[in-house]
Design a protein around this ligand. Structure first.
Ligand code: DC
Length: 215
């Protein structure tokens, strides 16, 4: 069994916040796999290409590597450039393509070759690390997720309404969970946590208990 804590769940459920906090508290490496799909969408945009223009050749030329948990794209940290609504939507679209998923699989598995890691995404417990030591599925209602997104800066267009954000998230949920390959779903052995009425610290506490029992 690998020394991986897998955290999956839909957009806006608070995965990144709790995954980062948990990794910090337990001194584990934190890896955000959504950044890889976002990096592909970002690199396409930088090259003036559309999502559907992605090819294997394009991916072969793209250098993606994690350094201390931060993703570098061709040696550069795109920073907040990955966190826009436009790139989120592009990432969801490229993630449907089989050759993109196959290309990114070893990058994710390689990130786990030293010590404990907390890895978050959509298919970590089901596909990337089906043998993860602990699996969590972090979720919350559409309303709660949209409200959180609105409260955060960055990922929503300025002036966006709650209804608009709900629509955007619902569209991504649909794309991510209905796709043919590695769709978003809880692994059969995942602990499901609804974060709607919980603070990030409460979620992390609940996760720590599960992890301690499994270590
Ligand atoms: O977690 P995120 O919002 O940064 O992810 C962006 C998109 O990337 C998401 O809508 C679907 C895709 N993704 C995926 O297919 N598999 C993963 N393990 C992580 C993300």
């Amino acid at each position: 069994m690998s020394t991986v804590v897998a955290i999956d769940g839909p957009a806006g459920a608070g995965k990144s916040t709790v995954a980062r906090l948990l990794a910090e508290k337990m001194n584990f490496t934190y890896v955000n796999t959504g950044s890889l799909y976002r990096a592909v969408a970002w690199a396409l945009k930088e090259a003036g290409l559309a999502v559907d223009d992605v090819t294997q050749e394009f991916l072969d030329k793209l250098v993606l590597e994690y350094k201390n948990g931060i993703l570098l794209v061709n040696g550069v940290d795109p920073g907040a450039g990955l966190r826009t609504a436009d790139i989120a939507s592009g990432a969801s679209l490229v993630s449907k393509k089989d050759f993109v998923r196959s290309h990114l699989l070893p990058v994710q598995r390689d990130a786990a070759d030293k010590g404990w890691i907390v890895m978050e995404g959509r298919d970590i417990g089901t596909v990337v690390f089906p043998d993860a030591r602990c699996k969590f599925f972090i979720t919350a209602s559409l309303e709660a997720r949209a409200k959180r997104r609105l409260a955060q800066a960055g990922e929503v267009a300025s002036g966006a309404t709650l209804e608009e954000v709900k629509k955007e998230i619902a569209k991504r949920d649909e794309q991510d969970s209905k796709r043919e390959l590695a769709p978003l779903r809880a692994a059969d052995d995942a602990v499901v946590i609804d974060t709607g009425d919980m603070t990030p610290d409460e979620v992390v506490c609940a996760m720590e208990k599960v992890i301690s029992a499994a270590m």
